[in-house]
Write a protein that binds this ligand. Sequence first.
Ligand code: D5M
Ligand code: FE
Ligand code: ZN
Length: 572
Amino acid sequence: MSEDFETESDITKALGSEGLFVVPSGVEKILSYNNTNELVKEIISSVDSGETIDEDTVSSLYEQIDKETDDNSEETASEKEEPSTVNTSSPQKQSAEGDIISPEQAYNKIINIKKDKKDARSVINRKDTLDERYPEIYDTVFNREIPDIKPRLDCPTEYEITGDITGRSRSKGDFEDFKSLFGDRHDKMINLLSQRTGSLYKVRDIHKKRHAGETITVAGLVWSKFVSKNDNYFVDLEDPRSNELMRIGWVVDENDRQIKEMFEEIIEDEVIAVRGTLADDGGIIWGDDEVRRGRPPIMFPDVPRKRGKNTPNTPVQAALISDVHVGGEDFYPTYWNQFVDWVRTNPKVKYIFIAGDLVEGIGVYPDQDEELDILDIHDQYAMTGLMFEQFPDDVQIFASVGNHDTVRLAEPQPTLDDKFTKYFPDNVEFVGNPANINVNGVDVLMYHGMSINSIAEVVPGLDAEEPIPIMELMLKKRHLAPIYGKNVRLAPEEEDYLVIEDTPDVLHSGHVHKYGQGEYNGVKIVNTATWLGQTSFQKSKGIVPDVGYWSVLDLSTRDITEKVVEKEEGDE
Ligand code: D5M
Ligand code: FE
Ligand code: ZN
């Protein structure tokens, strides 16, 4: 909306559309006053004090100011032409004014104050009526005996969000931006790869700098891979900055398992390095001689082995969960209560990480509405917000987003809009997907996990039901979604935020609704399953979820422990 205040209709429209006053004669006056500041400040103060502005109030304000202006100036009629005269005509008034703000700033301020107040009212109204509208879940969660909160362990809450797309998205959705995205992926990954392989060539530099017969290491984006009729393996590597391609080939015999296995792990659009000999005509690099010399056929950037870092002396804990799916009829409030009670009664727990899919959402898959307890997306978040109020308010919560939340599906996903975060208590910090968060010196990388299914689809031997080996592969490839297409949509950002630039201490995902934990080169890996029972969509896909699981991360030792709720016969 333009707020230029240039014409009468600008103002009437702007104010009117926000449910504010519209007094035609007053609008004329705003335009003609050069001491609009005075007028709008009066209006602001009346809004600030909680009064609603009706036409009478505004009229009387106008009258009052009209009168003051008349007292101070004899040439009201000509003010419009010479706006500076009255502004400086009353030093007394000027000093009482404090900062001079423009009508536009004043207008924005009014709008914001009004909006905040309206929002606050609607949040309260919405939360206050959840009990009538959703009695079943409400009663189970809120009308029960809840254990007292035990005071938390004495250790300062220190955290920093070290990586998050939220507020930094520059995607315009152009095709050009995809070129920039893959160019950035290429450059970042080459940098990571060269730390492991030593000097390497980009595809565009090969012919400029090397001659036939030389053995070189080259890195590029996997354009395609294929097996020839004679069972030889080929990969075409691309340099997205120059659009040049280089073909790599391996002539292999039946028994060469290593090359076969590594070849299967290659995913299109990831960046890899290979070593081989540039053929006589320069058209291909042959890698098999190198393999016979005992070198690995393909090099991934990998994560270095983690060395010990500073960790807190006190055994502070973080609870890790994901996929709460509030609003879905298969959500288990009784299980959730067990988790809440565990947090309330465990003084060591000072952080909660949630790796996305806070709510079940609306219209996420066909006929989903038939399986919703809460059909309104605002109510889903309002209920979740109210549920989160049961956590101790000195427990710091980090909430990320997933494909069921109200954000763009394309990754990286910025976090929820204020429209939804307003339902949550102040101890919830909303982050995008993925997000890097450092708590008391420990780096946690949260990623919802949409690429897990896609990777399982293209790499033989991997299964989305067992997420840990897939998450290991992400670390090995230093990329959270080294695949384009399938379930993963990428936003054409200028930068690739899904490259794992810094090795985390913990990689935390969800999405596949299967619990798992493991470790890779010293990085703890965990997938924290879900709080939603099997939906008919999942049934049709043969997905049997793990419900009611969470992980406990001890920040002083970085050990991860699995927790699961007590279940009753007939559950799930
Ligand atoms: O994911 C819940 C489960 O459903 C998880 O195993 C992934 C799987 N899933 C999600 N979306 C799809 C599509 N489009 N195809 C196949 N499998 C899928 P959630 O994100 O909670 O719905
Ligand atoms: Fe989910
Ligand atoms: Zn999901």
